[in-house]
Each structure stands twice: as C-alpha cells, then as structure tokens.
Design a protein around this ligand. Structure first.
Ligand SMILES: [Cu+2]
Length: 127
C-alpha cells in the first residue's frame, strides 16, 4: 500500500516536471481562452499547408486543421499533442497551446495515410 503510494507520487512528480519543461504547453478543453493567434492548416496527402508557422513567444496559439481527403493525424510532441484530423467534410480539429520558449518545434502526421505519410511534416517557429 505504502509502496503503491510512493510510486504514484513519483509518477505525478515526474509528470509535473515533464510538463514544466515542455516548451509548448497544450491547453484543453477548447475554447477556454481567446487565442492571440489563429492559424488554419489544410492537410492533404502528403502535405500540411502552410507547413511553416511563425508565432510570437508568450502567445496563446490556436491551430485549426482540416483535411482535404482522408483522416490524418497531428502530432506536436513538444506540447504533448497527438490528435486525429477528421476526413474531408467531417469537421475540423482545433488545438491550443501556449508558446513558452523560442525555438523550432516540428509536427507531423501521426496516422498512416499512404506512401508519402513519412514526408508529411511541418514546423512551428516561436520567435
Ligand atoms: Cu499520414
């Protein structure tokens, strides 16, 4: 029982350490705050358009993703985000994060969507 408690406590501690070191912090559920910047991204085999996104340090960023074909994924590891973009005509994916630190943060498709799936990536540049 005691051992179990320690393990859980350590797990929580590790989680909060990891969160505080994340350069981009995911915000859920959406919408909770009015974002400073809203960016629309279109996903289609095998690109994100635009694929390079510039945001300001400190801003609350909302990204709205829609697909032009099949379902895709949006993984932004630096904010612990990995979500499904629904197929064309079935809605959009909205995510929010706070850009805490300057840098370049890659994102990628996380749903196998065909031959060029591994090429389907982009970058968020916080400046
Ligand atoms: Cu894909």
């Amino acid at each position: 029982m005691k051992k179990n408690f320690v393990t859980r406590f350590q797990y929580l501690l590790l989680g909060s350490i990891l969160l505080s070191y994340s350069p981009l912090v995911a915000k859920e559920p959406i919408p909770i705050e009015k974002p400073d910047q809203v960016i629309l991204i279109t996903a289609e085999r095998f690109t994100f358009t635009p694929s390079k996104i510039k945001v300001k340090k400190g801003s609350l960023v909302e990204i709205v993703l829609r697909s032009e074909d099949t379902d895709h994924g949006f993984r932004l590891e630096s904010a612990n985000i990995d979500k499904i973009i629904p197929p064309a005509g079935k809605g959009r994916l909205r995510i929010q994060f706070r850009a805490k630190r300057t840098g370049r943060y890659p994102f990628e498709c996380s749903r196998p969507c065909g031959a060029g799936h591994n090429l389907m990536r982009g970058e968020i540049i916080v400046e």
